[in-house]
Design a protein. Sequence first.
Length: 391
Amino acid sequence: MHIVDVCAFYTPHGGGVKTYVERKLAVLPQMGATITILAPGKHDATEERGDGACIRYLRAPSFPLDRRYRYFDDEAALHAALSDLCPDVVEASSPWSSASMVARWNGRAVRSLVMHADPLSAYAYRWFGSIMPRPWIDRAFGTFWRHLRRLDADFDTILCANASLTDRLRRGGVVHARTNPMGVADRIFTPILRDTALRRQMLARCGLPEDALLLLGVGRFAAEKRWPMVIDAVRRASRNCAVGLILIGDGPERRLIQRHHAADPHVRIMPPVHDRPYLARLLASADALVHGCEAETFGMIAAEARASGLPIIVPDQGGARDQLVPGAGLLYDAGSAQGLAEAILRFSAMNRDAIRETAMEAAEGTRFIEHHFRDLLRHYDALAEGERRAA
């Protein structure tokens, strides 16, 4: 089976999609599939990744709001590339214009839309959720819902990484939506990496003693991640308990976050950690992961925290919620700094040893990316067989 992933969100500079793509290129050939990532790039080029895997770049302009990304703007070139590659399955990894381009391609292949993004949660619900209920917002953004239903008619399957997104799409008339959760990309994340000396070091960077609460935030510095809200919540909680935050990442909102941080001695901002084993040690050594984004389609960092035996404090909406095991963390009202502050205070008053023990037990049930790809190939095989029978 040859799968071509039309991956509009791919950038060599990093991010969750890049992590997913790298594992896809490594794992699918081992399962007998051929995988080509068709991505927008600075120039037309092909990057071989060994037998059965490559990235093929199509020349494309920079995305104005984040110049690390590019976007497909030449439909004829995209169609020509697809026809040249002759895929058995073509995936669109963005619900925007590239998905419509894939829908209009006249080749014969199973078509799959993979929801690597949840635009309504990332934008519409975040912008207007404080002033109007979601049904009203959905009606106001009816054009986007009609776009999704048109894609639903053109695609054989629409894959979501969390059940709440699947349910929401189905309620909106997207009948081909189904859930295939992703999984942790590396097996290096484990509770046995807990390092009390590293924990003391991180708390010292926050100007706090080792009996303080150490929170870890990891992710792209973008508006939908709500890092200023997380910082506000930590500040509110710090009035009643000793708590420090290590925030790791980069992105278009970095300057805003640094200004918001305003030299708070108990909040430290670190650049992205590209050393994955070191990130695994950090996750295993903190007291809890704190997350602000309710628009995660899966929540890779929350899944990695779960694999590390790290309790999590996450919004009650979005993909990160799926990683919470009862007794191994807390939920709070999405988008609420006060709600998050109260959750941090509740967490600080709980028995940390008991919470960590539950989290460590939950780590044994981690879903890994190999499970996701195995289920993906089975699903595509069934769809292809159905097409063969229909033909």
